[in-house]
Design a protein around this ligand. Sequence first.
Ligand SMILES: Cc1cc2nc3c(=O)[nH]c(=O)nc-3n(C[C@H](O)[C@H](O)[C@H](O)COP(=O)(O)OP(=O)(O)OC[C@H]3O[C@@H](n4cnc5c(N)ncnc54)[C@H](O)[C@@H]3O)c2cc1C
Length: 459
Amino acid sequence: MALLADLQAAFEPGRVVVPEHIHSRHRSDWGVALADDEQPAALVYACNAGDVSRALEICGRYDCAVVAQGGLTGLTGAATPVDGCVIVSLERMRAIEEIDTAAATMTVEAGVALERIQQAAAEAGFFFPLDRGARGSCQIGGNIATNAGGNRVLRYGMARDLVLGLEVVLADGTVVTSLNKMQKNNAGYDIKHLFIGSEGTLGIITRVVLRLFPATTSECTALCAVSDYDAVLAFLAHAKAQLGPTLSAFEVMWPDFYRLALEAHGMRPPLDENHSAYILLDTLGTDTEADQARFEDTIASALDQGLIEDAVLAQSLADSERLWTLRGLAGEFSRVFTPRIDFDISVPIGDIGVFIERAHAGLIAQWPKARVLGWGHIADSNVHLSVSIDEQPQPLEAVERTIYALVREYGGSISAEHGIGLLKKPFLDYSRSPAEIALMQRMKQALDPAGLLNPGKVL
Ligand SMILES: Cc1cc2nc3c(=O)[nH]c(=O)nc-3n(C[C@H](O)[C@H](O)[C@H](O)COP(=O)(O)OP(=O)(O)OC[C@H]3O[C@@H](n4cnc5c(N)ncnc54)[C@H](O)[C@@H]3O)c2cc1C
């Protein structure tokens, strides 16, 4: 095949993998697998922007689709290859190029694993706050291409807020190097935002400049119980006012989630199981004694004011980890809550309580034995739901329509942090207006007129 021959001629041996030798892990992310009767045309291991550019330029000549792959931990099928495409793998682009201590930035290649970035930041006396369970496998390029979130968005923002500059290769092979290190730079359009969260459909990210933060030395954690969702909101306002910028996580678990987490981990309940919601509160600071005192005062005053019904404060790192284990139940779902349908959605914070009640009621009305678990990073409006129906197979589409119709009613988002990929594409218009979608299509048309970059994803 001429395409393959051109790629092999352009790269050193071992850098272009023929279809029969592409490892099966490249056929899927965590959400969607390529159909058995379909296969990629080739896989190219890129080592720099020039390689990506060359691969794109050759693919353009043959009108061949290109799918960028990072760590393949995405949950929506965004990185799953399409039939006959060329996969561009970033996994050999693993250099940490520079840590600029004055600017508090780190410049890295796109294929560096998130965990390595966290470690390198710590070794240099800084903190890089992006985090998730998949930290050892996901790559910073993938994190940025999906505008990833996580538990610390409340304090540090999404991946978008942690990027100062990037280098990207456009569909026609043009390399745009925009490795800005400054927080202030209003010299025209801020082009990095076009590519952040674009899921490999507008360009392939090859290098990034990340913001670093002062290292934190103290962490305080508490689990608190409240009587209803209004109390969640009142306690959030109280915690923000009292703890200021040290507040780094405010994770809410609804009772069914809490009970299953206790059962799954064989834990004695830190708090009774009869409360309406449980909140995991976390601060990160730099003054251990003062941070602890302020944290204890915040909890004590919340109890005095009746904002919370009960609380348990971690006395050690081990205590803190144990409390966070409860919140980590989702990582155990395949063992304790399966089959199921998962949702990653956003709803305006004030409406989340009634949203959860209505979602539950709407599901029970159709499937009386439905089990619904709710939890999430409520302070940044992100709620996760997992639904299990006593039917096989799970009535996926009917459940999705039930939940996403409610999301639309509340002006929420069908994707808070995982992106659209393939799985959520049919529902994009539940969260985006025709004018918004038309503008996205114009952006795609302008940057990738032949539609070769990750076709069929997002739009
Ligand atoms: C256990 C687990 C926990 C998770 N927790 C969270 C969480 O808390 N919050 C959250 O937001 N997500 C979470 N995720 C989802 C996932 O980790 C993120 O979406 C992650 O950002 C994907 O990175 P990746 O390198 O694996 O990308 P991939 O899955 O390889 O790719 C994802 C998308 O990005 C594109 N892409 C990859 N690299 C590039 C590049 N260099 N240039 C252009 N496009 C590129 C791909 O084409 C695809 O569209 C979790 C996943 C798992 C498995």
